[in-house]
Design a protein around this ligand. Structure first.
Ligand code: 7TS
Length: 418
């Protein structure tokens, strides 16, 4: 059934209670009552710590938390729920791989390939680990129409490459990268491929087996789930071989003490990577968020966003004085649109939009190298869509931008008049 954003909106208490045009979904999404209620119900009926007690509540809580891993595994078509590690967010998921895999596997002279469109989360952990190990970072830039330069990518991947870490969808340009092709290129030289799915998993069908990546990182809070819960998918063979990232409770099978020495052995997957009391209720909330998205269907989510993005791009181009950044073909992009108004800095535009009840983000969006590369020294304004956004939301944005442009022109003539 076709996604109906007007019906969907009714599930989101904040969107019902506040008259805000919410176009900051790339930063975080709003939450449906189903997710809020599932978490409240869990606190009211099942709450206890997991894997620690033999009592009924701990058993039920453990079951719910494990089931959440299964729900997520099915959502991205992982082979097993043991390949699903719950972490805090995308940032932690990528740091886990950089530290657990990179710190041990990278050698002097090795190379890590990333792209210029990475969020700082998929750039800085690699910068740090590469520096520590004497490895080199290679940065692939853009080709035509704000897409990745695949020619340069192929040239950058060599026998020295150990990691190819790339975003699936750019959180600024919206560029949709061909991660299946990139994973294949990485594997041809026996490198691992990590995909940053923070901006793709919430918005389109993502299938790890079809992509063929080794790792996929994403955040619950951008896909209707709560904050503080994110996912690292890792191929079981790799996760099994890797050392833990954080050490403490629940990640050990046993800790023997003999002859004055402590000897730990690690717990099975995914618990080896989930040290300490995890975000149990966050896991329950994320599973409910996935169920909500699955009821709609990820194909429908994508179709809706493509339609909205196409409409927004068309209307933005009709405005005189707006510069839009990102691929012109809608099939090559996600529902993220970065732009600038001629004569006005991005923060002023965002503040003026906020005065008109429209929430967007402005600045560098944690992707400053990309902005520097594009010569956008003050950053960009960014509108980003989700399932509850409507054509009226786009119209509101366009009307507000039209008024702001008139204001700028007015001011400009005042200045000229001086
Ligand atoms: N990777 C990408 C592509 C992202 O867009 C973000 C968050 C992250 C990683 C990090 O996610 P986190 O949940 O660990 O913070 N992006 C944004 C954004 O564009 N505006 O606010 C957060």
């Amino acid at each position: 059934m076709a996604l109906n954003p007007y019906e969907i909106r009714r599930d989101f208490p904040l969107l019902v209670k506040r008259r805000i045009v919410y176009l900051d979904n790339a930063a975080t999404s709003q939450k449906p009552r189903q997710v809020i209620e599932a978490m409240a119900k869990f606190y009211e009926e099942k709450y206890a710590n997991i894997h620690r007690g033999l009592h009924v509540l701990s058993r039920e809580a453990s079951e719910a938390y494990e089931e959440a891993h299964e729900v997520v595994a099915k959502f991205i078509d992982a082979k097993s729920w043991r390949e699903i590690v719950f972490v805090k967010n995308t940032t932690e998921a990528i740091n886990l791989v950089a530290y657990s895999w990179g710190l041990r596997e990278l050698r002097k002279g090795d190379e890590v390939v990333v792209t210029i469109m990475e969020h700082h989360s998929n750039l800085l952990p690699w910068v740090a680990i590469a520096k520590l190990k004497g490895a080199k970072l290679r940065i692939v830039e853009l080709g035509e129409d704000y897409t990745l330069n695949y020619e340069q990518l192929e040239e950058s991947i060599s026998e020295r490459t150990r990691v190819v870490a790339v975003t699936h969808v750019s959180n600024v340009l919206g560029t949709l990268n061909d991660v299946k092709r990139i994973a294949k290129l990485a594997h041809e030289v026996d490198a691992i491929c990590l995909v940053d799915g923070a901006q793709s998993v919430p918005h389109m069908p993502v299938n790890v087996r079809e992509i063929g990546c080794d790792f996929l990182a994403f955040s619950g809070h951008k896909m209707l789930g709560p904050t503080g819960i994110g996912v690292l998918y890792g191929r079981e063979e790799l996760l099994s071989e890797m050392e833990p990232f954080l050490y403490g409770g629940d990640m050990v099978r046993e800790v023997r003490y003999a002859g004055g020495a402590v000897r730990p052995s690690w717990n099975e997957l995914p618990w080896k990577f989930e040290a300490g009391t995890p975000n149990i209720v966050g896991g329950v909330g994320l599973a409910e968020a996935v169920r909500y998205l699955e009821r709609i269907g990820m194909d429908e989510v994508r179709r809706h966003e493509v339609e909205l993005t196409q409409y927004a791009l068309k209307r933005l181009r009709e405005l005189n004085g707006v510069e839009v950044y990102g691929p012109s073909k809608v099939e090559k992009r996600g529902g993220v649109i970065a732009f600038n108004l001629r004569g006005l800095d991005p923060h002023s535009v965002a503040a003026l939009l906020d005065e008109r009840g429209i929430a967007v983000r402005s600045g560098f969006h944690c992707a400053q190298p990309l902005h520097e590369y594009l010569g956008l020294v003050e950053g960009t304004v960014r509108a980003s869509f989700y399932i509850y956004n409507t054509r009226e939301d786009v119209d509101a944005l366009i009307n507000a931008l039209g008024k702001i442009l008139m204001l700028v022109e007015g001011r400009a003539s005042e200045i000229v008049g001086d």
